[in-house]
Design a protein around this ligand. Sequence first.
Ligand code: SAH
Length: 249
Amino acid sequence: MTAVWTGVVVCSIVAVFYLAACRAPAPDPDSPAAFAAARTALLEELRADGIGDVRVLGAIAKVPRHEFVLPQDRDRAYANHALPIPGGQTISQPYIVALMTQLLELRGDERVLEVGTGSGYQAAVLAELAREVYSIELDPGLAESARQRLARLGYGRVQVRAGDGYFGWEEAAPFDAIIITATAPRIPERLVAQLKPGAPLVMPLSEGFSETLIRARQVDGDLKIERIADVAFVPMRGAIRGGGDREDR
Ligand code: SAH
């Protein structure tokens, strides 16, 4: 009888240790599997919110947004929110990145200019979809860290320049598309002049107390403007605030 009880006790102890060993570990929010799951959920959300361009969704699926956010925000990198980056700036909400990218209608062989490199995330998304990407950042510190980050992640062919994007990138013009990721009080005429005829300029434009995402194209000498959505971006700084060209619209 004692032997039976000893057996039961031993088996119970073994079972307890076995179950403890087999218990699933708490999911690590900073693991590749957690990032992949969060990214899949984000893609579902973007699809449900009307992002239908499969190439854009593919680019969002590929670019590791957790590498572009602050270390303490990595576990929120695939939530559909804007997040802070150094210098008081923000990395845009994934939905807005997807929407703006979709509006550029990239097919793969374009030369694109971005104004407002920030973390470099939008530039990486563009690099997945276009042949050449040029990106200008006003803050030299942000420009340098974005350049290094993009190179480390395999996007070294994105050209990053520190400077005022208001003046565009004359040597690389004309562009097939331009995107500005900071709100401007006017459409910078110099950037319109660096676009191929009919090519889109997508940007947030401040209008009174609101900001509107617009797409502008030069058609038969006229600038056709589509109003897309209400948005909230950090302000474009630099020469555009000082009056700029008189021809700005
Ligand atoms: N596209 C970025 C986020 C942009 S936040 C990303 O994916 O992370 C807007 C950025 O525009 C900021 O980094 C800000 O410094 C920059 N910026 C503001 N005015 C600018 C100007 N005149 N020229 C170039 N960059 C500008």
